[in-house]
Design a protein around this ligand. Structure first.
Ligand SMILES: [Zn+2]
Length: 414
């Protein structure tokens, strides 16, 4: 914002200097034009010098827009990666849920098998007790009540048969339990693995989220920089507008002062006379192909040809010369102000015959035709503004306008 402050200071300085000069003008009766055209031009130069700063700011804005679109692209990529990771997480979560359900089911199977074993054992015990009660079987009875050795073996056989059967049942149940336990262990391992995978995905997602937040922060920062640069640019444009407005106001005031001295100024639009003796138009206001790749492709003026290098150029209207200088595009050129944003401009002159601040009557010679600046051959480039807007000075016949240029010939390429 330091830059803006500098601009405002400069603007204030310029306006104050001019206000002071004007106050001095008003105070002293003569000379009338203590505010000179040089002051007006200084203001205009200052306004023009801001163009470079504007271009620099625009370049900054373009660079910011590039950075921002890169950041937005990166953020979108991260969004995609996050969505993909979320899908993986929900897939792994579904697996975990499935394992958990299977584990619960296996635990039930195990409990059932354990219950069966217990029941079987209980059954076995009851049978042995009942056999004991009936005195049919007892280890003691077998050992001490056998009437003979054969009897003992018989009793042992009977007891063994029962025991063997029960033992088989119990062994089977134990094997089943072991199988179920193994299945449960496998499921638990899988579940643990899935949980580890989920935790890896969760941390990946959190990393991606961090990156996305960073990208968003960059986008916010770039947007803020953009707004700030745009604000500076807007201030600069406002400053430029103020300088132009002030220059215009002074220009009008000086024209009025000259009119008061008996130098008539035609402030009404129109009323132009031909600025050269030729009536041969090679280019009109508007679009045209750039001749030989040189010159503007959107033509802002009227080109009058067949003038050579020695023809006189006349003021199309009376007024005050506000520009008489050389530029790389216009070459030697002159601008006459007729007040109220009405100006005429004459470019590519071989020489200029008037100075800034000079009052010229309509038809007065202001320069000699030529081909200086951005020009491919001798011609007069003639521009007219009315209310500060470029207009076509030719009476094209569609709607006859009083005091516009008539009786011309258009070249086939115009
Ligand atoms: Zn031209």
């Amino acid at each position: 914002m330091r830059k803006q402050g500098k601009h405002m200071q400069r603007l204030l300085r310029s306006v104050l200097a001019l206000a002071l000069a004007l106050a001095m003008t008003t105070g002293a009766a003569a000379p009338v034009c203590a505010v000179t055209w040089a002051d007006v031009n200084a203001l205009k130069d200052e306004a023009n010098s801001l163009d470079a700063e504007k271009a620099e700011l625009q370049a900054q804005l373009d660079a910011l827009a590039d950075d921002k679109s890169q950041a937005v692209e990166r953020k979108q990529l991260l969004d995609q990666q996050i969505a993909n990771t979320e899908a993986q997480i929900s897939n792994v979560q579904a697996q975990i849920d499935e394992y958990a359900a299977l584990i619960t089911q296996t635990e039930e199977e195990l409990a059932e098998a354990e219950q069966q074993e217990e029941d079987q054992y209980e059954l076995f015990c009851r049978r042995v007790r009942s056999m004991e009660k009936q005195d049919e079987v007892s280890y003691w009875a077998v050992l001490f009540r056998a009437s003979s050795f054969t009897d003992l073996l018989g009793r042992l056989d009977a007891i063994n048969e029962v025991m063997k059967y029960d033992q088989r049942v119990i062994d089977d149940l134990k094997a089943l339990q072991a199988q179920i336990e193994e299945k449960k262990t496998t499921l638990e391992t899988s579940k643990t693995e899935s949980e580890a995978a989920r935790s890896t995905l969760e941390s990946k997602k959190s990393e991606l989220n961090t990156q996305r937040n960073e990208a968003n922060a960059i986008i916010r920062e770039l947007t803020a920089n953009e707004s700030e640069t745009e604000a500076v640019l807007a201030d600069l444009e406002a400053e430029q507008d103020a300088l132009w407005a002030e220059a215009q106001r002074l220009s009008d005031q000086l024209a009025a002062e000259q009119a008061a001295q008996g130098k008539p100024v035609q402030t009404n639009p129109g009323g132009y006379i031909w600025p050269v003796d030729s009536r041969y138009i090679t280019s009109t206001v508007g679009g045209r192909a750039s001749p030989g790749g040189i010159g503007s492709t959107n033509h802002k003026g009227t080109d009058i040809g067949r003038v050579g290098y020695t023809s006189s150029i006349y003021a199309a209207k009376s007024g005050t010369v506000i520009v008489s200088q050389y530029s790389s595009s216009y070459g030697n050129y002159v601008v006459i102000s007729h007040g109220s944003g009405n100006t005429t401009l004459y470019a590519h002159m071989s020489s200029r015959k008037v100075e800034v601040g000079q009052y010229v009557s309509q038809g007065e010679v202001i320069g000699i035709t030529g081909s200086t600046g951005n020009s491919t051959g001798p011609h007069l480039h003639f521009e007219v503004t009315e209310n500060g807007v470029r207009v076509n000075p030719l009476n094209d016949g569609a709607e006859p306008k009083m005091g516009y240029l008539t009786g011309y010939t258009l070249s086939s390429s115009a």
